[in-house]
Ligand binder design. Structure first.
Ligand code: NAD
Length: 457
């Protein structure tokens, strides 16, 4: 049996090893899910909702243990692990409140003996291949809505959040979700690839563009419903009428929260030349005030990177930016000692010839570029292959809306950043992906629509 080794990114120590899947066990799990799904679809919605309600209750009861488990394997500071679990509760509540209306058969025409109806049916067996950076959020966005709508789920947590994924399964099963309806598949990318070979009805992926593109290539000819939530290079523009200190404090948090390992972390900042210097000074001050340390401690803001290999990406981006003339204002190197530590890093004088402003960093690093006005800011914000989120800081609502209307991204922010709401669709444009989760549309996405044309004899 293959083993998956789980390390603590803060210390490099081995936490444990768990049994991993192989091609044969993945196939057996997919068959079990296929056999069990019709009974789950036939289970009254009230019972499916009761399972998810009990799952929610268990999360609340075990929140401290679950937070500590997530922190131990991902390095996420404990307060942020608690925030993620608490944030998940609001998402569960939203799904529980909205799911019935989304499954209701709609009569859209009824005249002269002709009735037309839309029925909402589960897809069947869906696969969820997930990321490690917000495992409860990005997993829950998929499997909670998928289970409520009557699907069986094969859930592959990231190899960097496998213990958390196994805890999710335990809680769901204890809450009454049948063991063949929510099945974890444990392992690395090769195990994820084995999932693609199974007979499945939907593939919901959260992860990098590189992996998403491979999955799309494999599944394209198979006509399986495919949803890809991928990376970003999210920009924010600070206008000349913004308060530089207020904007800097918010954006420092948006760039550095969870060590910058968020798909919607702020990765590029454009600042109007009139307030550029004041903003840069305030941002560096805010970043330097963040406490770096043991992620298990309540007062730690910045923990380690989850994956050691990302340190090389950050080092290369810093070296490339400096070679092309950027000013390194703080950080810029790994912090020595065991574990995957990188100093919070701010660079100014950057431009779009630099990798730092083009490719996802996924770490505690941000570049600041001076702009002459709104037109240049819009042009630069849109100069990206990604399109997940983008923001503007200004007290002028009309100016903000006019700017944001020109931005090609799934979400736009006025005077805020790095924010996700269960009520709003979460989607990307360009290489940030296809499809969406959250909102009522993110419930519908786990259903297929059957059209009924009914004529009275
Ligand atoms: P990743 O692509 O390395 O891995 C994601 C998952 O895919 C893991 O479970 C991995 O085991 C699996 N996988 C790897 N190779 C595979 C293959 N060939 N076939 C099938 N599965 C395979 O990404 P990651 O490092 O886990 O996550 C970080 C990325 O996720 C970042 O780019 C981030 O922006 C993105 N992300 C996006 C969102 C969003 O909502 N758009 C949310 C969170 C993270």
């Amino acid at each position: 049996m293959n083993q998956l080794l789980i390390h603590n990114p803060a210390t490099g120590a081995l936490i444990t090893q768990v049994a991993a899947d192989d091609g044969a066990s993945v196939a057996a799990k997919a068959e079990r899910a296929r056999a069990a799904q019709p009974a789950w679809q036939a289970t009254p919605l009230a019972e499916r909702k009761a399972c998810i309600t009990r799952f929610r209750t268990a999360i609340v009861a075990q929140l401290e243990t679950l937070a500590a488990l997530m922190t131990s394997e991902t390095g996420k500071p404990i307060t942020m692990s608690r925030n993620e679990l608490n944030g998940l509760l609001g998402r569960i509540d939203f799904f529980l409140k909205e799911v019935a209306a989304q499954l209701q058969t709609e009569t859209v025409f009824n005249e002269g003996g002709m009735t037309e109806q839309i029925e909402h049916l589960p897809l069947g067996v869906v696969v969820n291949i997930s990321a490690w950076n917000y495992p409860w959020f990005v997993g829950g966005n998929v499997y909670i809505a998928a289970l409520l709508t009557g699907n069986a789920v094969l859930y592959k947590p990231s190899e960097y959040a496998a213990l958390t994924g196994m805890a999710m399964a335990r809680l769901l099963h204890e809450a009454g979700v049948p063991t063949d309806i929510f099945i974890t598949v444990i392992g690395d990318g090769a195990v994820g690839a084995a999932l693609l070979e199974q007979r499945i009805d939907g593939l919901f992926f959260t992860g990098s563009y590189a992996t998403g593109a491979k999955i799309a290539q494999t599944l394209g000819p198979r006509m399986v419903k495919l949803q890809l939530e991928l990376g970003g290079k999210d920009p924010t523009y600070v206008t000349d009428d913004a308060d530089p200190r207020v904007a800097a404090e918010s954006l420092a948090d948006g760039a550095m929260y969870n060590a910058g390992q968020g798909c919607c972390s702020v990765e590029r900042i454009y600042v109007h030349e009139r307030i550029h210097d004041a903003f840069v000074a305030a941002l560096v001050q805010a970043v330097q005030s963040f406490k770096v340390g043991d992620p298990m401690l309540d007062d730690t803001y910045l923990g380690p990177l989850t994956r050691a290999q990302q340190i090389e990406v950050l080092d290369a981006q810093v070296a490339d930016a400096r070679a092309k003339g950027a000013a390194l204002l703080c950080g810029g190197a790994r912090l020595h000692g065991p574990g995957n530590w990188y100093a919070p890093t701010v660079l100014s004088g950057v431009n779009h010839t630099m990798e730092l402003m083009r490719e996802e960093s996924f770490g505690p690093i941000v570049g600041i570029q001076k702009v002459s006005g709104d037109a240049e800011a819009v042009q630069l914000m849109n100069d990206t292959r990604y399109g997940l989120t983008a923001g503007v800081f200004t007290p002028d609502e009309a100016r903000a809306k006019a700017l944001l209307a020109q931005i090609h991204s799934g979400s736009v922010y006025w005077n805020c950043c790095d924010r996700v709401s269960p009520r709003l669709p979460w989607s990307g444009r360009g290489d940030s992906g296809i499809g969406l989760t959250l909102s009522t549309h993110g419930i519908q996405t786990f259903t297929r629509h059957k059209a009924w044309h009914l004529r009275q004899a």
